[in-house]
Design a protein around this ligand. Sequence first.
Ligand SMILES: [Fe+2]
Length: 437
Amino acid sequence: MPLGLEVMKETSDTFHAKEWLRRYQRVRAATEAICAPLHKEDYLVQSMPDVSPPKWHLAHVSWFFEAFILKPFHPTYQTLDPSYDYLFNSYYETHGVPFPRSDRGMISRPTVDDVYRYRAHIDQAMQELLEEPPQAHAEEILRRVELGLPHEQQHQELLFMDIKHILAQNPLGPVYRDDLVAAPAHETGELRWHGFPAGVRLMGHDKADKGFAYDNEMGRHRQFVEAFQIADRPVTNGEFLAFMQAGGYDKPDYWLADGWATVKAEAWKSPLYWVERDGVWHHFTLGGLVPVDLNAPVCHVSFYEADAYAQWVGARLPTEAEWETVAGNVPMQGNFFERDHLQPVAAAATKDVPGQMFGDVWEWTGSAYRPYPGFKKLPGSLGEYNGKFMSGQMVLRGGCCATPEDHIRPTYRNFFPPHARWAFSGFRLARHIPTSE
Ligand SMILES: [Fe+2]
């Protein structure tokens, strides 16, 4: 390459690396701020196999930078403790045998202080690397930082989910934070429908689009979507309470077979975290036990509960393609992590376009999590990030009250098994418009 171009490339990479270092520091600081209200005793609890102790999250996101960036590319990197590569590898089997997920609560050592030292060690090395990225690998380093930061943001949301689940198991009902921003008082009006005509839609993230996207949303492709209607807002707590009071959890009529089996096996009678006190429904939140706001979107329901409710009212869940058709034309704003409610809240009714598509609750869709046409996973161990989970899970869209605002996109595909309900998961309704013939 001519010398001039070489200099330009170096300057550009250095500039980008410095910008990425600032972003890196912002994201890392946000993770530690989420853990700041915890007591040391909270850091090690694993309240169910799906929940990871906060200490494990803090270490694992650091391990990600160590395993995939520092070890391969930092010229003088020295690991703090070789055993961390085993303890804090989540599921990257091609990297090495990971420590069993269900036993993460057993890792009492390294201590919380050790883990914070590990984070500082990684941060120091990442700063060195991003201040002077080796030219031969600068592009690949930045590509991996671009994945490592949203990875850490995903764990920020998981931290909120897991902290909530951990504290909810304690009979004293500890409050994570007593200074959360209070929910606005809005009257949610009657549900209204917005119609969309049949047509070929483009969905998925295109390479030409600006910004980062995961491999599972890449590959813009066409999909024919029949005419449909979609609700102007998610289903509310008040509406879901009517389903409960009508015996929704007691009759098999509305449930998928797997869902009904789960209702019986788990003795579900309400969404997760709901408890009745003196005839009033309350739910456990990150701000403690509070009365359920009947106007706010229902949250912590499984796909099975969402589907059963939709059956009960003679509707269905939207498909991914329908959801993305709508979301591509509404402003990407909502009740995200930055609003500091950390709970879905009621919103004022919108007139022209469906509201609350982003933020508040992840919305279950009726679509199974499967690859898009032409799906290509990332090369190497990072190919395990998304692709290997494309079985037995359903897609959720739109982000929630614990999602960082700059983490979400209209094309973003989240996924959970249909029985899961510790995520901030809710749903909205859709229905078919019959063709005239
Ligand atoms: Fe992870």
